[in-house]
Design a protein around this ligand. Structure first.
Ligand code: GZL
Length: 311
């Protein structure tokens, strides 16, 4: 009788019994904070008991958290992997414990049988959209570009760099003259942009490509402190579409951003429930959409719409 009742139980009832561990990278950016907020909301909606661990952007802390979740025998693990390598051993341990691992917003260089699915945007495509936007914006005019890379060794830093280079390929008027990591943070974005300005002189820099909006917001501060006009003297394109970049765009201090949804957990938890309740194996990649915003959009309205969403 119980078995048949369970068979009839809607997924939400099934989820009520789930305990899930979430190894989150940290809170390095507004986007990351929003992802944490939304993930907790998505778990709450499903009656899931979410065990949250913040790694302060250190892989060893993520590995410790995963081992703790395995020891607690959780039903599944959500992992936003800070870097792409070094996961094989701990993912093998989760596999041996028959605990499915689902990747959020970044991928790992590990065998696909070590995770159930990865919910991410097309990170190369995002970089390509940014590159193509700059090609169109400059319309053949010479432009020296500086690049603020994301966390070294992370899949977004690797893929967004590759995509941007693909986007500007064949347009020799665009040259990347400096490229360095700002670790996805506002503070490092400002420090590294200051070093670019000091090394090159503001007059020699035409555009900034930042792998996320938070580094761009930090760079905007550095550009202003150098007596230059961000968005005019130096064009700025970045990725995430956090509220503050739309505020900058509304003031003409940044030029374009590519939206990354903070809701990776919704699709991940749906795939997990289908897997646990009816054995449906999800695709190894569940892709989220990317959308370009420019000064043609009503950025003040976008800012107002986004500012309450946990960024
Ligand atoms: C990309 C994600 C990145 C965001 C940053 O999928 O991993 O990490 O673009 C965040 O804001 O730090």
């Amino acid at each position: 009788l119980i078995a048949s009742a369970m068979m009839l139980a809607p997924a939400s009832v099934m989820a009520a019994d789930l305990t899930i561990g979430f190894s989150q990278i940290g809170s390095e950016s507004g986007w990351r904070a929003a992802e944490t907020t939304v993930t907790k909301q998505e778990a709450e909606k499903r009656g899931i008991d979410l065990k949250f661990a913040d790694a302060q952007q250190k892989q060893e802390n993520q590995i410790k958290a995963i081992r703790s979740f395995i020891a607690q025998d959780v039903d599944a693990i959500l992992l936003a992997p800070v870097v792409a390598t070094g996961w094989d051993e701990v993912l093998e341990e989760a596999k041996d414990a028959e605990i499915p691992v689902l990747l959020l917003d970044r991928t790992v260089d590990a065998s696909e049988d070590l995770y159930l699915t990865a919910v991410t945007s097309d990170l190369v495509h995002e970089g390509e959209v940014a590159g193509k936007w700059l090609v169109e914006e400059m319309a053949g005019k010479p432009c020296n570009v500086v690049e603020l890379q994301g966390t070294t060794g992370s899949s977004p830093a690797i893929d967004r760099k590759k995509g941007f280079e693909q986007g500007i390929a064949g347009h020799d008027n665009l040259k990347i003259i400096r490229s360095q990591t700002g670790d996805f943070t506002r503070s490092q974005g400002k420090v590294v942009m200051e070093s670019f300005l000091k090394a090159e002189g503001g007059a020699n820099i035409c555009a900034l490509y930042a792998h996320n909006d938070d580094m761009a917001v930090g760079a905007i501060q550095a550009i202003k402190e150098a007596g230059l006009k961000p968005g005019q003297d130096i064009k700025i394109v970045s990725i995430d579409s956090v509220p503050d970049i739309h505020l900058a765009m509304a003031a003409g201090e940044a030029n374009a951003t590519i939206e990354l949804t903070p809701n990776m957990a919704g699709p991940a938890l749906d795939a997990l429930e289908a897997y646990l309740s009816s054995g449906t194996t999800p695709p190894k990649w569940i892709q989220t959409e990317s959308r370009l915003y420019t000064l043609k959009d009503d950025n003040q309205a976008v800012y107002e719409a986004k500012k309450g969403l946990g960024y």
